[in-house]
Design a protein around this ligand. Structure first.
Ligand code: SF4
Length: 431
């Protein structure tokens, strides 16, 4: 079998690596009245799936804009944030009152964004309590808060740990100060390191994002970030930077103001190096891009249940919300969001309902999130096996050594891990 080790990074099942899977929020259609009506009808039914869900209130405000960021965020303003939090609670309540949510259980409350760490301690705890009081949680549910090192000051971390927050997610991105400056990340690598150490000292599970494929990034710089992450004993989301049109970084690259991104060969080498270094340090590759040493993450429920369960995401600009066949994202501007909620409307901007064919394709994207496809479950849902629906794709992928198939399941090989987004795209049409 081929191996995706640094020595064999030239293995080329495809000519270039995809980094995004199909079915991202970018493809959702704008909200249509008939789909909205169906969604509301769906929300008035009971949740009979017996699958846990994730609750995500978003704080889509940031105090500066990273040059690579394509997320719909709003500039931080204390007064708008206060109005926003009121609206966010109203939106949460609209869902909390539905039969579907009342018959659902949540195993995670995740303050996402954006930069939730911009909230004051009181605002943060108040929002968490609001979620706990109005949604059913499992006995061992986890609370997670994401943010930047500069807004997670020591007091906030202490208050979070004391309240029972399980995890903080910190967008470290890189420990290379030169690159930090180029990406408009205001705090230094040293400051990031100190905040991570403070969180770890408080016993908080700490997950950081680090990125490769950054313009001008060398293998050495990337290896240093990996070493630092391992040394700090954190969970790591390793993202391959995809520079999106419309971002500041995209325009800077086009104008030649920043160096080009690493070439295809170096990008693969960066991925393969991370894979080897993390796995040798005892990490397991899980989810989209994570390397984990935490048992609970390795078994994480919400991902395991994709695409049959749900992530109830709320707040302006929230993306990738889904409840069974429905996928949605919200209005992006905080002001328009507040206005819509105050008029009593669910602030959804894009909404789609998947057909059986689309659900089958979504099931196949489990390979992208490093999960096996249960063939029996597939047959129970759709009346046929994956091999009956995708004979050519599966034969090709197995022959290439990218997947393994047995009587029970289909799963990625180590080489397949390198090409997981390309593999996901095999089961859908490129638009
Ligand atoms: S902190 Fe996160 S959401 Fe905010 S601008 Fe940077 S990457 Fe985007």
């Amino acid at each position: 079998m081929k191996s995706a080790s640094p020595e064999t990074e030239k293995e080329d099942a495809y000519s270039s690596r995809e980094t995004w899977p199909p079915y991202t929020y970018r493809d959702y259609p704008d909200i249509a009245p008939e789909t909205y009506k169906e969604f509301m009808e769906f929300l008035s039914t009971e949740n009979t799936t017996n699958r846990v869900m994730e609750l995500q209130p978003w704080i889509s405000f940031c105090d500066s804009k990273c040059t690579f960021c394509f997320y719909p965020t709003n500039p931080y303003s204390r007064s708008v944030l206060e109005l926003y939090l009121e609206a966010l609670k109203k939106e949460l309540m609209m869902y909390a009152k539905t039969k579907y949510v009342q018959t659902s259980e949540f195993d995670e409350i995740v303050l996402g964004g954006g930069t939730p760490s911009l909230l004051s301690i009181d605002q943060m705890i108040d929002l968490i309590k609001y979620c706990e009081n109005n949604f059913n949680t499992t006995d061992d549910y986890k609370i997670k808060v994401s943010g930047t090192s500069r807004s997670f000051d020591k007091k906030k971390l202490e208050a979070a740990a004391e309240y029972g927050v399980y995890q903080v997610d910190i967008g470290a991105q890189t420990f290379d100060d030169k690159i930090r400056k180029m990406l408009n990340l205001p705090d230094s690598a040293e400051q990031v390191e100190q905040e991570i150490k403070a969180a770890r000292k408080l016993g908080l599970c700490t997950c950081i994002d680090i990125m490769y494929n950054i313009p001008g990034q060398t293998l050495e710089s990337w290896v240093n970030s990996i070493k630092k992450a391992i040394e700090l004993d954190v969970e790591v989301d390793c993202y391959c930077l995809e520079v999106q049109p419309g971002t500041v970084l995209y325009n800077q690259m086009k104008a030649g103001k920043v160096p080009p991104q690493p070439d295809e060969e170096l990008e693969r080498k960066m991925y393969a190096t991370a894979y080897e270094m993390f796995t040798q340090a005892g990490y397991t590759p899980v989810g989209h891009d994570r390397f984990s040493r935490v048992e609970w993450h390795i078994k994480e429920n919400c991902l395991n249940q994709w695409p049959w369960s749900g992530i109830l995401t709320t707040g302006s600009g929230c993306i990738m919300g889904y409840l069974q066949r429905f996928s949605y994202s919200n209005i992006e501007s905080a002001e328009d969001y507040i206005a819509a909620v105050n008029e009593g409307k669910l602030p959804i901007a894009k909404l789609s309902k998947s057909t059986d064919e689309e659900m089958m394709r979504k099931v196949m994207t489990k390979l992208y999130i490093r999960l096996p496809i249960n063939k029996l479950e597939f047959k129970e849902k759709f009346g046929k096996l994956p091999e009956d629906v995708y004979p050519k794709q599966l034969e090709k992928l197995e022959k290439e050594g990218l997947i393994e198939i047995d009587e029970k399941e289909i799963k990625l090989t180590k080489l397949g891990d390198l090409w997981k987004a390309n593999i996901a795209w095999e089961f859908t049409e490129k638009k």
